[in-house]
Write a new protein. Structure first.
Length: 101
């Protein structure tokens, strides 16, 4: 293969790494998991006075578990369906350029 083909393949690998690194699902999922853990711990350690204020519903526990579930959903979704950057051919078709000469 020519040097040009090797360079294109290397750029495609770097583009795939960058697409996975900056996937929004990773950021959203990570934040929801972190905050979910914090709120769940607050719900587990809630006092009787805190529960009385919320009509005996441990809202922190339920909200924390919901946030954990949503965060884990985003992270699992990211693992099962990773972001794939467009290929050079797809980019050329999108811009209307023909194959490179």
């Amino acid at each position: 293969m020519s040097d040009y083909q090797h360079e294109v393949e290397e750029l495609e690998r770097e583009s795939a790494s960058a697409a996975r690194l900056f996937d929004v699902r990773r950021i959203i999922g990570g934040l929801f998991v972190v905050y979910g853990v914090i709120v769940t711990i607050a719900g587990i350690t809630a006092s009787d006075a805190d529960l009385k204020k919320a009509q005996d519903i441990n809202i922190n526990l339920w909200t924390g578990l919901g946030m954990l579930a949503l965060g884990l959903f985003f992270l699992i979704w990211m693992k099962l369906r990773p972001a794939v950057p467009p290929t050079v051919a797809e980019l050329q078709e999108e811009t209307g350029d023909g194959p490179a000469a």
